[in-house]
Ligand binder design. Structure first.
Ligand SMILES: Nc1nc2c(ncn2[C@@H]2O[C@H](COP(=O)(O)OP(=O)(O)OP(=O)(O)O)[C@@H](O)[C@H]2O)c(=O)[nH]1
Ligand SMILES: [Mg+2]
Length: 291
């Protein structure tokens, strides 16, 4: 008997969805930063064993969209609300704001099991956790609640066995040696974007999109040319920095991560271009892969 299904990770921005995906996969598939709205796409992590295939999907955090890019990000979330066999609903226990009503309502309505993960328990205490369990039990009565730390891997080993019992009998959806639906270029783009999120402030990271134009391997070395698109000329200057110092730092940090990810030596060239107001432009968004 073979089991297979879609396990969709949903939650607010910054809840720890991507950290959890990486922890469950034992591999860094999704970028993680302390900034909200790090993830912009839906990323599949395909977990394979002989008699089971779990297709995890990481999604952008649920928010109220303010511009075109965010609308497209929410379209990915909507997809993930439609095709789940099980939901992993991840909540940051240190989050003081109100729950996302849209998500709570959806999860209550959809007849799909919900495993509610109270994340960041390492940053909380017993008393507060008990209170949260009570609170969330009232909000989503059908959910099974589990406190975890995605970062430290606490209680995350309980998740896989639980999911196996919940998944339907199905043949695999993907080749058993495939571990993601995304291309090599996607991981390059994301790695560079992660370094930009970590190295720049305010609107800069949100105004950036990365496109990899060349990815080719020659004699054991991967040669990569990537373009960093920004929305304005002033942003281009900030990305490059004084004498190119800032972009050089991004390039070095990205290269180190990519060499680890691909287990190959990497030559990385970065270019910066302006695409005015791309976040609001339907055609640009489409070209960048946001449908
Ligand atoms: N203390 C603590 N921090 C965590 C834990 N899990 C994630 N974080 C941190 O929370 C921040 C956000 O983590 P992400 O995994 O990027 O969150 P996300 O839900 O994918 O965020 P978006 O992609 O922006 O929606 C990062 O700084 C993580 O290191 C945890 O269990 N404990
Ligand atoms: Mg994320």
């Amino acid at each position: 008997m073979h089991k297979a299904g879609f396990v969709n990770i949903v939650g607010k921005p910054n809840a720890g969805k991507s950290t959890l995906l990486n922890q469950l996969m034992g591999e860094k598939l999704a970028i993680v930063t302390q900034k909200a709205q790090t993830t912009r796409h839906r990323i599949f992590g395909i977990y394979n064993e002989e008699d089971v295939q779990i297709v995890f999907s990481d999604t952008p955090g649920v928010l109220d969209p303010k511009y075109g890019l965010q609308e497209k990000m929410m379209d990915f979330v909507k997809d993930s609300l439609q095709d789940a066999d099980v939901f992993l609903f991840i909540v940051d226990v240190t989050d003081k704001d109100a729950p996302n009503e849209f998500l709570v309502e959806k999860l209550n309505k959809i007849p799909v099991p919900v495993l509610l993960l109270l994340n960041k328990m390492d940053a909380s205490n017993q008393e507060a956790l008990i209170e949260k369990v009570e609170f969330w039990h009232n909000l989503i009565p059908k959910a099974e609640i589990l406190p975890i730390s995605a970062l430290e891997g606490f209680n995350t080993d309980i998740i896989l066995p639980k999911l196996k019992t919940l998944l339907p009998e199905n043949p695999p959806y993907y080749d058993k040696d495939q571990f993601t639906d995304k291309s090599e270029r996607f991981f390059v783009n994301e790695t560079i974007r992660e370094k930009i999120l970590l190295n720049y402030d305010k609107e800069i990271p949100y105004s950036v999109e990365v496109v990899t134009e060349i990815f080719k391997e020659k004699e054991g070395i991967i040669f990569i040319d990537s373009i960093i698109y920004v929305e304005r000329d002033t942003q281009k200057g900030i990305i490059i920095g004084n004498k190119g110092d800032a972009i050089k730092k991004v390039g070095t940090e990205a290269r180190i991560d990519l060499e680890k990810f691909f287990s190959k030596k990497i030559h990385l060239n970065l270019f910066v271009k302006v695409k005015k107001d791309w976040r609001k432009n339907e055609r640009d968004l489409k070209n960048f892969g946001y449908r």
